[in-house]
Design a protein around this ligand. Structure first.
Ligand SMILES: *Cc1c(COP(=O)(O)O)cnc(C)c1O
Length: 383
């Protein structure tokens, strides 16, 4: 099974040995009968520690991010932030330091600033487009974690994963890549030298705006064991039905990402020529400063597009209220197109911080509807 789509559909998902069901059942159960004390039938004792539906999801995720690697391990969580919290508390301790992106996902920034910092872990925001800036932010001996996203949210900056892996490893730090925006179909950070991949499976992996979930994927078996210990000890696991929804979404990830990318390309073409738009941010544009790196490390450029509005903040807010096919809302990565104003919505909590975003910015999560309907909708909203 070496094709991505074949693995997405089959990895971790043998037909049920008892009934032949071709899709893993939803094992909606908390505990498992034992044949005598310690006599586990299928290795399961309690669903916080392990559940067969969750195992199917975890095996599939490991296969997507690290194909053919027997040591690779994925762990599923109740949300992306639950995965991040478990990871931070596995790799850092009070007194340690992390480098984070200067335009990180707002919730990641809040987790470092309001939860990890009071616990004793300091952080420095750095420009992920510049490996030298990351190197300069590292505190030798104290920095345990270098955390990047690529492309970033909402500015769609691109980080050179392989170059930053070298910088992190030279300092003895672990490189974490939040791969939520690209998904494993477009980019596989573990194969470029990253140590940990983080996902909000809420987004492209689930893909249908109907579930909250998260995941961590690693190739080092010892780190995998430590994370699995914390997954059980901290307990932020997804339920069987949520695991099943994500697994179901993953089956169509490849074709969805192809369509998201194609539709984004069409929308970008339209926006680039529009007089009401002052700048379009998408890594697929040859003029994008990260384009060359994106070509090297991504299969295509994804469905996230941001643009700046010539008329300023109020004009940007007004555009967000004038679309019909694009739904005004937070989140991203579902089949339906979404529009939002990061400054007042997803990134409102970053106001006044180093992560503040431009007030005239609009962010699109371009869905998989017909491109001409999306363009007509934007044309009307920009008029
Ligand atoms: C949504 C998101 C998260 C957080 O995930 P939740 O599932 O909402 O907890 C983390 N990183 C990125 C890039 C995201 O878009």
């Amino acid at each position: 099974m070496d094709g991505f789509n074949t693995r997405a559909i089959h990895a971790g998902q043998e037909p049920d040995p008892l009934t032949g069901a071709v899709v893993p059942p939803i094992y909606q159960v908390s505990t498992y009968a034992q044949d005598g004390v310690g006599g586990l039938r299928g290795g399961y004792e309690y669903s916080r520690s392990g559940n067969p539906t969750r195992t199917a999801l975890e095996e599939c995720l490991a296969s997507l991010e690290a194909p053919e690697d027997a040591d690779a391990r994925a762990l599923a969580f109740a949300s992306g932030l639950a995965a991040e919290d478990t990871l931070i508390r596995t790799i850092t301790a009070p007194g340690s330091h992390a480098v984070i992106p200067n335009d990180a996902y707002g919730g990641t920034y809040r987790l470092f600033a309001k939860v990890a910092a009071p616990w004793g872990v300091e952080h420095t925001p750095a420009d992920v487009t510049d490996p030298q800036a990351i190197a300069a932010a590292i505190r030798p001996g104290q920095t345990k974690l270098v955390w990047i996203e690529t492309p970033t949210n909402p500015l769609l900056n691109v980080a050179d994963i392989a170059a930053i892996a070298d910088v992190a490893h030279d300092a003895g730090a672990v490189l974490v890549v939040d791969n939520t925006f690209a998904s494993p179909y477009l980019q596989q950070p573990l194969l470029l030298g990253a140590d940990v991949v983080v996902h909000s499976t809420t987004k492209y992996l689930g893909g249908h705006s109907d579930v909250i979930g998260g995941a961590l994927i690693v190739r080092d078996s010892e780190l995998g064991q430590q994370l699995a210990f914390h997954q059980n000890a901290m307990g932020a696991v997804p339920g069987p039905f949520d695991s099943w929804l994500v697994l179901r979404g993953i089956k169509t990830l490849g074709i969805r990402m192809d369509r998201h990318s194609d539709n984004a390309r069409a929308v970008v073409d339209f926006l680039t020529d529009h007089p009401a738009v002052s700048q379009v941010l998408w890594p697929g544009l040859p003029s994008h400063p990260g384009h060359e790196v994106a070509v090297r490390q991504m299969r295509d450029f994804g469905g996230m597009v941001s643009f700046r509005v010539a008329g300023g903040e109020q004009a940007a807010v007004d555009i967000c209220g004038r679309t019909d096919v694009f739904t005004l809302g937070e989140s991203l990565g579902g089949v339906e197109s979404l529009i939002e104003h990061p400054g007042r919505m997803t990134h409102a909590s970053a106001a006044g911080s180093p992560l503040e975003v431009p007030a005239d910015l609009v962010r699109l999560s371009v869905g998989i509807e017909d491109a001409h309907d999306l363009i007509a909708d934007l044309d009307k909203a920009l008029a």
